[in-house]
Design a protein. Structure first.
Length: 269
């Protein structure tokens, strides 16, 4: 039987080719691993792009990766989307600034400083009204001056064609009456009272909603009379998301009009 010696002193005439073969297999494996990693990175980037587009344009039917529509979106829509988002954000901010400035002018004109305030926060543009000028303690019927103030506020709100949410808030002092067993009923009834008043004075009911939060959304400490007074309030909220929806609809309508507009006639030579 023949015997083979693969020691180094045979001048490489034995199995030296195995080392070269092994190196080649290792390089091929590294190549395919690299290609796979690059493919996965592109898919992750595409998924992030799709999530960004959905958030920016408010669409849920964005094509998936690997489809013809998806590739088309990457090459076309992704290029124009930043400008569209910037335009939308600017228009929404302009509308909230307009609401804020009009309310501030209203407060100065009617000498309601300290009782009616306006600010912008994460929810949108928020008008805060102290319960003192609208309701008697522990009740949801307007005081006489409250109806006059609400009449003026209703005219103010008609200037802005956005959804309005009315929120009722109380302090943490418990109430136990036949009509209002707790602060939940009191806060909800005050909010619904304002909604009914606005409807009676010409605001579209589909534009309105109301909620009562009792004492569970304080803006100040309930440990002092001053803090409890701040917590007893009604808030009129122009929600940022609702403004975005309507502004987006306006932008889409504008884009549709520009697409179907007839071409300009040629100018005569």
């Amino acid at each position: 039987m023949a015997q083979f010696d693969f020691d180094d002193d045979d001048g490489g005439s034995g199995a030296g080719w195995l080392a070269t073969y092994g190196d080649m297999m290792t390089l091929l494996l590294c190549f395919f691993v690299l290609m796979f990693a690059m493919s996965e990175t592109k898919m992750d980037d595409f998924a992030e792009l799709i999530a960004s587009l959905k958030s920016g344009i408010g669409k849920q039917n964005v094509p998936e990766a690997g489809t013809r529509e998806g590739l088309s979106m990457m090459s076309k829509e992704a290029e124009v989307q930043p400008e569209a988002v910037d335009e939308l954000g600017g228009m929404v901010k302009a509308q909230m600034d307009s609401i804020e400035s009009n309310v501030e002018e209203f407060v100065m004109k009617n000498k309601l400083g300290g009782q009616v305030k306006v600010k912008q926060d994460g929810r949108g543009a928020v008008i805060t009204i102290s319960d003192v000028i609208l309701f008697p303690p522990g009740d949801a019927d307007f005081v006489s001056a409250g109806e006059d103030i609400m009449a003026k506020i209703s005219e103010l709100l008609k200037q802005f064609p956005y959804h309005i949410k009315i929120e009722g808030h109380t302090d943490n002092v418990p109430i136990h009456t036949d009509e209002y067993p707790s602060n939940w009923e009191l806060s909800a009834n005050r909010a619904s009272k304002i909604v009914r008043y606005l409807i009676e004075h010409g605001i579209d009911p589909t534009q309105l909603s109301c909620e009562g939060f009792a004492e569970y959304r304080p803006v100040a400490s309930n440990d002092t009379p001053e803090g409890r007074a701040k917590n007893r309030r009604v808030e009129i909220v122009y929600q940022r998301g609702e403004i975005e929806k309507q502004v987006m609809s306006m932008l889409e309508a504008k884009n549709q009009e520009s697409k179907v507009a007839p071409p300009s006639p040629p100018t005569p030579d």
